[in-house]
Design a protein around this ligand. Structure first.
Ligand code: GLN
Ligand code: ZN
Length: 753
């Protein structure tokens, strides 16, 4: 038997994205949108039909499955109740004139974002199954009896927020009652119905309360109707605590991830001794490499469990990988042979299942299997992947940290850089106007020459420098006009990294990302940013800060090879970045900022793995920055405000200056620094860049004063929360002008004291 936890929905040519955007722009009506959606659902079901036994419905969504679950449970927050139907749905997803959108958070440690349900004390639920019934019928019409994917009650509540400081999990009884109603209706859909309850919340160091809720829910749900089979699916980590509880319930099966939850192996015995089926997630659902089919079969054979109880599955929903390699015409043939997107994974699952059960493969499958064996072999030895020089460099690494301690460094830096107390700066990017984006696009499409392109970018830099000088900022930046994206820009320079044409993965709603693919040893053949930054420096007497993306963020936002321990991939990337830092330094750049926007979100789901993550990432950052001489000031930037449990790691990065976002949450972040004695320099964003609003001088003065209660003036920097690329010049200029004015006012006061 074969199983996947869900299929991507945006469409292999992002059809849903474009239809949604047209609908929002009122270019098409809802019927047209729905007809595109239906076509996609049908197409996706047909793709799976011959290969997968447990095909899902309700994995489709117009925006997000968590919002779908809100609608299914009928617990839309009150403020949206003036609307109904699809208008209410999109108001929760995107906001409108009268409504704010629901908050959005990353789905565990993926790049997919879900929308956070708002649960009141004594929340009422009123189930609505229209969507599920419609999609069920659609599948039946194709001759498919699908499983119904539903986010389980524990995960739903655990990922919700209480509207009045209440814990949504307190509503478990009412929620389970609603789920019982839902199951009653579903039981009437067919003679036999299969449901997958997604319960990934249970892989995140589950609390006692979550486990109790799990027990409460799954002792009841399987009892609702005899003709319903319930599978509980977990992914991204092990779920040992949940298994302990679930084996004693009447559910049909348990989904475990053996790719990212190796420890799940410890649950096999319990499952084998119970009457539960094991949905064995052995094909990586969130990375894009071919499976080693023989290895997978070997692994399955090694499990001490009756084969009849094993279902061969993806490790999670295929939502997190692109659709298909079919349209990758430009990709190197060898690299392509090492990749497997959603459609290709369906074949892998099918073949693994057949081999595991000693069934013969048909001709087509046999061909794919042989190609798989060959690709796995070439991958092990290909010189495209394996670069001896890089490997040697990592092995012989000796320069792993800076040679002076930060106190001495900062002393030396102050003598050279001579910036005042409360130095003002920005985080790097300046407005990416239409013209800026068009310039990059025209160059990429060959419409303008390299010379024309460079001339244009230099004009943008000239303007940016002039503006910053006029405003009176202390430390300037070049503005990042040459960059489309902070990771992609650098990745395009690196050997060992490639890009797909169509490898889109849904990030949220209609937004998709196309992460770089790190397939081999990483090498930086030539400087990536030096020309732009030195050009900017040549245009001013003030100091221009060089901007780079750090190794941890480069890795965390890419598809990373699975044939090398991640630690070494980080280290290779660190060396590539260190080469860039060295070149910038040699070119006379005195301050270099190494952005680590994705440092925090890369944290493992289980606290048992936290130390290892911190060891590896901190080490990589230090390797990257070790070439910086004492006189070169290293900055880093992180855009989030929840530092409470990671302060020692932040400190251990050993950056001379860190700038962080407050995300309108200044007090909380300052608390973290009150209890942790942070001795290096720091800029705690003084205004929110997500809003077009221009902050007043008084407002910013107040923000600075709050920070001065925690940090002394000679260690505090003044900067906005994050980069300014999404803002307009009309907003940026007055905002930064006010920031500088506020700083000057405070400086005068501080100096008088
Ligand atoms: N230097 C980058 C910028 O200003 C940082 C982006 C980020 O933190 N996400 O755009
Ligand atoms: Zn940021």
């Amino acid at each position: 038997m074969t199983y996947i936890h869900g299929f991507p929905r945006i469409g292999e040519k992002r059809e849903l994205k474009f239809a949604l955007e047209k609908y929002w722009n009122k270019e098409i009506d809802f019927d047209e949108l729905e007809s595109v959606a239906k076509e996609l659902r049908v197409r996706h079901l047909n793709y799976q039909k011959e290969k997968i036994d447990f095909i899902s419905i309700n994995d489709f969504s117009y925006y997000d499955s968590m919002i779908d679950t809100i609608v299914m449970l009928g617990c839309e927050p009150k403020e949206y109740r003036d609307l109904d139907g699809i208008d209410r749905y999109f108001a929760m997803a995107r906001g409108d004139k009268n409504h704010k959108a629901l908050p959005m958070i990353k789905w565990l440690n993926t790049n997919y974002h879900y929308f956070v349900p708002q649960i009141e004390p004594n929340q009422e639920f009123s189930p609505n199954l229209d969507k599920i019934i419609k999609e069920y019928q659609e599948a039946k019409d194709l001759g498919i009896t699908p499983k119904i994917n539903i986010i389980g009650p524990v995960t739903f509540l655990s990922f919700s927020r209480g509207t009045k400081g209440n814990d949504p999990l307190d509503e478990i009884k009412a929620a389970v009652d609603a789920y019982i109603e839902i199951l009653k209706t579903i039981s009437k859909l067919d003679e036999k119905v299969t449901i997958q309850f997604d319960e990934p919340a249970l892989v995140k160091d589950p609390t006692k309360k979550e486990l109790e809720a799990l027990k409460y829910a799954y002792e009841r749900l399987p009892k609702v109707a005899k003709n319903i089979d319930i599978f509980v699916s977990t992914y991204f980590e092990h779920a040992l605590e949940a298994v302990d509880i679930l084996v004693d319930t009447e559910i049909k099966g348990i989904g475990l991830d053996f790719i990212y939850g190796a420890k799940n192996i410890e649950a096999i015995k319990k499952i084998a001794n119970s009457d539960k089926l094991l949905v064995a997630g052995v094909v990586d659902g969130r990375n894009i490499w071919i499976s080693d089919i023989d290895e997978k079969v070997k692994f399955l054979n090694s499990l001490e469990i009756d084969k009849d109880k094993v279902i061969v599955a993806s490790s999670c929903s295929l939502l997190h990988v692109p659709y298909t390699l079919k349209y990758e015409e430009k990709m190197d043939k060898n690299i392509k042979s090492w990749l497997s997107f959603a459609l290709e994974k369906l074949d892998e699952i099918k073949i693994i299942d057949k081999l595991y059960r000693n069934q013969s493969l048909d001709e087509e499958e046999q061909k794919l299997y042989e190609a798989n064996i060959e690709a796995n072999q070439t991958r092990k030895i290909s010189t495209q992947i394996h670069n001896q020089e890089v490997q040697k460099r990592v092995q012989n690494l000796t320069l792993t940290q800076r040679d002076t301690n930060f106190k001495e460094r900062l002393k030396i830096q102050h003598e050279i850089l001579k910036y005042p107390i409360l130095p003002t700066t920005t985080i790097g990017s300046f407005p990416q106007t239409k013209e800026v984006r068009k310039t990059r696009r025209d160059y990429k499409n060959g419409l303008i020459s390299k010379d024309e392109y460079e001339k244009k970018i230099k004009e943008f830099i000239d303007y940016c420098i002039k503006v910053q000088e006029e405003i009176g900022l202390d430390i300037l930046v070049h503005g990042e006009f040459e960059r489309n994206d902070m990771v992609e820009y650098f990745a395009e320079f690196l050997e060992g990294v490639t890009f797909s044409q169509n490898g889109w993965v849904q990030s949220y709603g209609s937004r998709c990302v196309k992460p770089p693919i790190i397939f081999g040893d990483i090498n930086r053949p030539k400087p990536m940013s030096v020309d732009w930054i030195t050009y900017a420096q040549s245009k001013t007497k003030k100091i221009v800060k060089g901007m780079l993306t750090g190794p941890v963020t480069m890795i965390n936002w890419s598809f990373v090879r699975d044939d090398l321990k991640r630690e070494f991939v980080y280290k290779q990337m660190a060396l590539a970045i260190s080469d860039e830092i060295k070149d910038l330094q040699d070119a006379g750049i005195k301050i270099i900022q190494v952005d680590e926007a994705a440092f925090k979100e890369g944290y493992p789901l289980r606290s048992e793995n936290k130390d290892e993550y911190e060891r590896v990432t901190v080490e990589s950052f230090k390797i990257a920055t070790a070439v910086a001489k004492a006189k070169t000031q290293i900055h880093t930037h992180m855009c989030y405000s929840d530092f409470n449990d990671i302060m020692p790691a932040i400190d251990a990065l050993d950056a001379d200056v860190i700038s962080i976002e407050t995300a309108r949450n200044g007090n909380r972040i300052l608390e973290a620094f009150k209890t942790y004695d942070y001795q290096k320099e720091i800029g705690v964003g003084v205004y929110d860049i997500h809003s077009p609003r221009v902050p007043s001088v008084e407002e910013i003065e107040k923000e600075i004063e709050d920070r001065l209660k925690v940090f002394p003036p000679n260690r505090l920097w003044i900067n906005p929360d994050c980069g300014l690329k999404t803002r307009k010049w009309e907003e940026v200029i007055p905002s930064l002008t006010n920031m500088v004015k506020a700083t000057l006012n405070i400086r005068k006061r501080v100096i008088k004291l």
